[in-house]
Design a protein around this ligand. Structure first.
Ligand code: GUN
Ligand code: FE
Length: 425
C-alpha cells in the first residue's frame, strides 16, 4: 500500500532551531513521499486508509550516518584503549573473521535483525575488505526493507597481514567487481569506503578516485578523530596542511563526490572551512568519542557555520545501535565541552539533536528525515505509554523524554519510503 494516512502526534524538524508538532494531527503518505502534515485531514485524503496511532508519537525515521556492521559482535567490549591500539587489538581481529562466509552469515543476521527492530530507517554502513561478505550484508539489509549505503572497506597498508589487501590494484579490482555486483539491490547502495588515510596508499586513493568518477559514487571515511592518528597522518602525507587534504587531493572530499567524514573531533579552522565549502557531511559519534577517549567534537560550531552534520552510532567504538542514545550523548558531550573546554559555545539543545538525528543526517540521502511535503516517507511510531508518569506531559516533553529513555520496545511501527517495515509487533 503506497498511499495512506497516519494519525497521531506528529513531530519533525524544519531547521535545527525549529521543531514542529501537530498534536492529534495527520501525515499523509503518497507514492512513498510525504504529502504534508495537517491539523485536520483535507477532504481529498479522507478516502485513504488511515493508521490510527492516536495517542502515540510519530517521528521521521532516525538516520545513522556511521556504523560498522562487522564490529557489532564486540560492542561493549574492549574499550580500554585509544583508537590505533583499539583497532590493532580488537577491531582488526574481529573484522578478519568475515573472510569466513558462515561467520558473516550469522553475524550479519544478528546485525540486520537488530537494525530492523530499531528506530533507524537509513544508515551508512562500513563492511570489511571482503567483497562477498559485504554483498551478503547488503542482501540481508535489502531483504529487511532497510535503506542504506554500504561500503566494502579498502585498506592496503599499515594493517596486519591477515586484514591487508595485497596491492592497490587488487583492492581496486575487487571494489569495481563489488560495485557491479551490488547493482542488483534497490534500496541498498554502494559507497566507496577507504578506511582512513593511514590504511590507504596514494596509489589506492588514486584508483578509488577513478572509480568514484566512473561510477559517481559517494564516499565515507574517518577524519580527525584522535590526536595520535592526526599526527600520524601528518607524517604520512607531507605537503598537506591538514588531514582533510589527504582526501581532498584525490577529489574524495565533497563537491562532486558526496562525502561523509566520521568524527571530526579535532578539525581546525582550515579543515572546517573546506568541509563547509565542499558540503562534506560530518558524522558526529559522541559515544565512540567518549569510549575511545577521542574528545568532544565542536558540533554546535558545525551547525552554526552551516556544515552539514548528522549523528552516527559508530558501533563498536560506540556500544549502542540506538540513535536515541546518540542524541542524548550528543547533548551530554556538548555540555562537558562547554564546561571544560570552551564556554563561548553553548551546549546542544533538544531541538538541535532531534534535527541532527533526522533531517541533518537524512540530507545525505536527498530529501529524507522530515515530514515536510516531498520528503521520503520514513516514519517511526513511538508508544511511550510504558514510560509511566503520574500526570500529563506535553508532546514536546514526551519527545524530550524519549531521547533519554526510548528503547526498541517502545517502537510500535516503522515505515521507509512508504514501505511498511513492521506494525504493532
Ligand atoms: N578509524 C579507522 N577505522 C576505524 C574504526 O573502525 N572505528 C573508528 N571509530 N575509527 C576508525
Ligand atoms: Fe568508525
Amino acid at each position: 500500500m503506497r498511499n495512506y494516512v497516519i494519525k497521531g502526534n506528529i513531530c519533525y524538524s524544519r531547521t535545527s532551531k525549529e521543531l514542529c508538532i501537530a498534536e492529534n494531527g495527520y501525515v499523509v503518505c503518497k507514492d512513498g513521499k510525504s504529502a504534508g502534515v495537517y491539523e485536520s485531514l483535507p477532504r481529498i485524503y479522507e478516502a485513504l486508509p488511515c493508521y490510527n496511532y492516536e495517542n502515540k508519537l510519530v517521528i521521521p525515521g532516525l538516520v545513522d550516518l556511521h556504523v560498522h556492521a562487522p564490529q557489532y559482535p564486540f560492542r561493549g567490549l574492549g574499550m580500554d584503549l585509544e583508537l590505533i591500539d583499539w583497532l590493532n587489538t580488537h577491531t582488526f581481529v574481529e573484522e578478519a573473521r568475515y573472510a569466513d562466509l558462515d561467520y558473516a552469515e550469522k553475524a550479519y543476521d544478528i546485525f540486520t535483525e537488530d537494525l530492523r527492530n530499531s528506530a533507524t530507517t537509513r544508515a551508512c554502513i562500513f563492511g570489511t575488505i571482503h567483497a562477498d561478505a559485504t554483498l551478503l550484508l547488503m542482501e540481508k539489509l535489502e531483504d529487511a526493507g532497510l535503506t542504506a549505503y554500504v561500503g566494502k572497506v579498502n585498506m592496503d597498508r599499515n594493517s596486519p597481514e591477515y586484514l591487508c589487501e595485497k596491492s592497490a590494484e587488487s583492492s581496486a579490482e575487487d571494489t569495481q567487481k563489488w560495485i557491479l555486483d551490488s547493482r542488483r539491490f534497490r534500496h541498498v547502495m554502494p559507497i566507496l569506503t577507504p578506511r582512513f588515510t593511514p590504511s590507504c596508499t596514494d596509489e589506492l586513493f588514486e584508483k578509488l578516485s577513478g572509480l568514484q568518477k566512473r561510477y559517481r559514487l559517494p564516499v565515507q571515511s574517518h577524519l580527525s578523530e584522535n590526536l595520535g592518528e592526526i599526527a600520524w597522518v601528518r607524517e604520512l602525507c607531507p605537503g598537506t596542511q591538514f588531514y582533510g587534504e589527504s582526501y581532498d587531493r584525490y577529489g574524495l572530499f565533497g563537491s562532486s563526490c558526496p562525502a561523509i567524514m566520521a568524527h571530526c573531533v579535532h578539525s581546525g579552522e582550515a579543515e572546517m572551512e573546506l568541509m563547509r565549502k565542499r558540503q562534506v557531511f560530518v558524522a558526529h559519534c559522541p559515544e565512540s568519542n567518549a569510549n575511545l577517549s577521542s574528545g568532544a567534537a565542536p558540533v554546535k560550531t558545525y551547525l552554526e557555520r552551516g556544515i552539514k552534520t548528522g549523528l552516527g552510532t559508530d558501533i563498536a567504538a560506540g556500544s549502542s545501535l540506538s540513535v536515541f542514545r546518540a542524541m542524548a550523548m550528543a547533548i551530554q558531550c556538548s555540555k562537558l565541552r562547554w564546561r571544560l573546554h570552551d564556554q563561548s559555545v553553548s551546549p546542544l539543545t533538544v531541538e538541535e539533536v532531534f534535527y541532527l538525528a533526522t533531517k541533518g543526517g537524512g540530507e545525505f540521502f536527498g530529501k529524507a528525515g522530515s515530514f515536510e511535503e516531498g520528503y521520503e516517507f520514513d516514519a517511526v511510531v513511538m508508544d511511550d505509554s510504558a514510560i509511566r508518569h503520574p500526570g500529563k506531559l506535553s508532546v514536546r516533553e514526551r519527545l524530550e523524554r524519549l531521547i533519554y529513555l526510548a528503547d526498541d520496545r517502545h517502537i510500535a511501527a516503522k515505515f521507509i519510503s512508504g514501505r511498511v517495515i513492521f506494525r504493532e509487533r
